[in-house]
Write a protein that binds this ligand. Structure first.
Ligand code: NZQ
Ligand code: ZN
Length: 390
């Protein structure tokens, strides 16, 4: 096990009706709030009214920024920064999913910074200060409610890049599984794929003696695998929604990665799909992750065989561990298919071959390699896109 420091400061408030606590919780941190939300699901579900009431009841001033789209754009973040400066905002409240939270985080770092906020995302400056953020989560998926990162898309060139710092971990995240009853099956499935990918990016490692975190990862994966079909069949099944929601936060709050090298190639390879084709992140991962696994499994067959046996109950073939590893990948694809996700680029509706361009972008013109388990160069990444084609 590697040395590590672990500190996650996000306060989690979990359970039924907890969104009513938002004003009370928020007034510990701010008085003038920017409320950020997406395309309107929170208005349809009535959540918006509850949030506004709780803010009013606690004498908190608020103004709004709405219209955040999946694969959120930096242009809206720039608008939010201006609004915050004009209105002297001291706290950002995100009500929604990863896209809304990442927009809120972008605004939070942009307000106190003199330059353009994209500087943080292209890596030219580091985060040194940020406005505080709070979250009311409506979709378990990105894990942004307790993560230290934000991912935005720049329409100028269609780059999707992330930035990170402990300074942008939300002060609190309110998680009421009831708020996820209205998720359509496809969004529930996208969320599941993203949650699983966050675990697998940490699970597939060459670090030795990490049995405790291996087991935590496996438990998280098995929880998602067993509860997502239930949540899709019975959208208002509280027990299933609650298991998925808590698993989604744990998958990406850094606990599962303690003491181990991590991979993250699949996420970077997927971000190019979301940037260029505007596909949902979770759906893109369901296509890319199995292709990445097929491409790299021979570098650590034991680990892929362990995944197959412990997560998907595959019988270990002592004469042929490769077969066991491959069966695990097959079962993962079957699971994704069973919950309605695409597993090929064609199923995702991507028929052309912009593989060279995407591989070039995610390796910064071929200058960077991706991945912790295996270092992948631009040519490797093109091969993974080809494997994902059909
Ligand atoms: O915009 P509205 O109308 O609210 O609809 C949203 C949106 O269309 C809808 N939705 C959310 N909650 C709902 C609901 N519909 C009905 N009922 C509800 N309760 O779901 C759609 C997707 O929302 P989005 O926020 O885009 O989903 P998700 O949470 O999957 O976020 C994806 C984004 O997070 C980034 C991804 O790259 C992607 O841009 N990620 C952020 C990470 C981080 N900051 O730590 C890590 C992840 O790896 C990921 O990259
Ligand atoms: Zn993700």
């Amino acid at each position: 096990m590697n040395n590590f420091t672990f500190q996650n400061t996000t306060k989690i408030i979990f359970g039924k009706d907890t969104e009513g606590q938002v004003g009370h919780e928020l007034k510990k941190h701010g008085k003038r709030v920017l409320l950020v939300y997406g395309g309107g699901s929170i208005k349809k579900t009535g959540l918006y009214d509850k949030i506004v009431k709780s803010l009013n009841d606690n004498d908190i001033y608020h103004t709004e920024l709405y219209g955040v789209v999946p694969n959120p754009r930096v242009s809206l973040v720039r608008e939010g920064i201006k609004l915050c400066r004009n209105e002297k905002i001291d706290f950002i409240l995100a009500v929604g999913g990863g896209s809304v939270i990442d927009t809120a985080k972008g605004i939070a770092i942009g307000v106190p910074y003199d330059g353009d906020v994209w500087d943080f995302y292209d890596g030219s400056v580091q985060i040194e200060t940020a406005l505080p953020i709070g979250v009311v989560l409506t979709i378990p998926a990105a894990g942004s409610e307790a993560s230290s990162s934000s991912v935005l898309t720049n329409e100028d060139g269609w780059y999707k890049l992330g930035t990170g710092s402990d300074l942008i971990r939300p002060k609190f995240a309110i998680l009421n599984p009831e708020l996820t009853y209205t998720l359509p099956p496809y969004q529930t499935a996208n969320g599941a794929s993203d949650i699983m990918a966050h675990v697998m990016e940490r699970y597939f490692t060459n670090t030795k003696d990490v049995d405790f975190t291996d087991r935590l990862c496996e438990a998280t994966l098995k929880t998602v695998i067993s509860n997502v079909p239930t949540a899709i069949a019975e959208p208002d099944n509280y027990a299933a929604r609650a298991e998925i929601m808590w698993a989604g936060t744990i998958a990406h709050n850094d606990l599962l990665g303690t003491g181990r090298d991590q991979d993250w190639a699949s996420h970077n390879i997927e971000h190019e799909l979301s940037a260029i084709y505007d596909v949902a992140h979770g759906a893109g991962l369901a296509v890319i992750f199995p292709a990445w696994m097929k491409y790299v499994y021979k570098h650590n067959v034991d680990r892929f065989a362990q995944f197959a046996v412990r997560v998907f109950n595959v019988d270990y073939d002592f004469n042929n561990p490769d077969k066991t590893a491959l069966e695990g990948i097959e079962r993962l694809k079957q699971f994704f298919t069973s919950i309605g996700l695409p597993i090929t680029l064609e199923q995702l509706g991507i028929e052309d071959n912009r593989f060279e361009e995407m591989a070039d972008k995610c390796t910064n013109g071929g200058k960077m390699e991706l991945g912790g388990l295996v270092k992948l160069n631009k040519e490797d990444i093109i091969e993974i896109y080809k494997l994902a084609k059909k």
